[in-house]
Ligand binder design. Structure first.
Ligand SMILES: [Zn+2]
Length: 139
């Protein structure tokens, strides 16, 4: 059993998960090692594989809603992929810039914003690398 000392995810030999019961059992039994999980490792190394630019007057008027959506999309994604993390969020008046450790998380954020609030979505992939730049705009 491996436990990530940073986010406390547990690896049981097959997959990483956030399972408190499994974690407690491992800690009590003392039969575990400490290693960063793939997500925390990417964050530590500053590995950014996606950047999402959310922009427009709509954001200014619905900032809290937008932040809640970002949070819930990230949480859902994390349950499927331990390595998909938000690395950094920068907030401006009418813009939010999100750096992610995983390309598909950046894409998912853009798609969920388009689905929830319409607007205009544009995704640009970098050839030969696993990197995406995602633009979503609504005035
Ligand atoms: Zn971790």
């Amino acid at each position: 059993m491996i436990i990530c000392p940073s986010c406390f995810a547990v690896y049981d030999g097959h997959r990483w998960a956030f399972d408190e019961k499994v974690r407690e059992k491992a800690v009590k039994g003392n039969g575990y090692e400490k290693h960063l999980c793939p997500g925390c490792e990417r964050v530590t190394r500053g590995m950014v594989n996606g950047v999402v630019h959310l922009k427009g007057g709509f954001l200014q008027r619905h900032k809290e809603e937008a932040k809640n959506l970002i949070r819930s999309v990230a949480e859902k994604k994390l349950r499927k992929n331990i390595a998909a993390r938000i690395y950094h969020i920068e907030e401006k008046a009418d813009e939010i810039i999100i750096e992610t450790t995983d390309r598909t998380l950046a894409e998912r954020l853009g798609k969920e914003f388009e689905r929830a609030y319409s607007g205009h979505l544009d995704i640009k992939w970098q050839e030969g690398s696993d990197f995406a730049r995602v633009y979503w705009v609504r005035d």
